[in-house]
Design a protein around this ligand. Structure first.
Ligand code: S3P
Length: 168
């Protein structure tokens, strides 16, 4: 069994993933942390040294490795489903859950943590809102290939996810 949590930066993949893994007695992997460990560098350093293109290659390679592991919940980076055949790989090797909170929630959360994220570092509230709106439009077709989509939930809890998974 393998569950991939996908969705925009700040949608809560890591927090929910950790709880979901604990409840289902599965291992938890945060794809970004895995990339950092495998490359001995932080995500901002990989972006600075190799650009987004280099980062996407590291991300693809990490995902291919993880796709071979079993019994785990994976919190992916926000861009992971939108490059190469990553979304197809995830759908082939597990269940994919797209978490899509309202944009206002993403903006609030990301304003607090934007400096750890190279794509949005230093943006004002207005710039961030516009960036998310535009970027989400491009990414939505990829995210929407998920086996389960959870939209507009404010405080998403593990029980909600389990209930929706059962209903499928
Ligand atoms: C990215 C999201 C980040 C990280 C990188 C790029 C993106 O992960 O992979 O900064 O392209 O949306 P989180 O979604 O965990 O912030």
């Amino acid at each position: 069994m393998k569950i991939y949590l996908i969705g925009y930066m700040g949608c809560g993949k890591s927090t929910l993933g950790r709880k979901l893994a604990q409840r289902l007695n599965l291992c938890f992997i945060d794809l970004d942390k895995y990339i950092e460990e495998r490359n001995f560098r932080t995500i901002p350093t990989i972006f600075a040294e190799e650009g987004e293109e280099g980062f996407r290659l590291c991300e693809k390679k990490a995902l291919e490795e993880i796709a071979d592991f079993e019994n785990l919940v994976v919190a992916t980076g926000g861009g992971a489903p939108c490059f190469f055949e990553n979304m197809e790989l995830m759908n082939r090797t597990g269940a994919t859950i797209y978490i899509a909170p309202p944009t206002e929630i993403l903006v609030e959360r990301l304003l607090k943590s934007k400096n750890e994220r190279p794509l949005i570092k230093g943006k004002s509230r207005e710039e961030l809102t516009r960036f998310i709106d535009e970027n989400l439009q491009k990414r939505a077709p990829f995210y929407e290939k998920a086996s389960l989509i959870i939209r507009d939930k404010h405080n998403l809890e593990v029980d909600d996810v389990l209930r929706l998974l059962e209903k499928q």
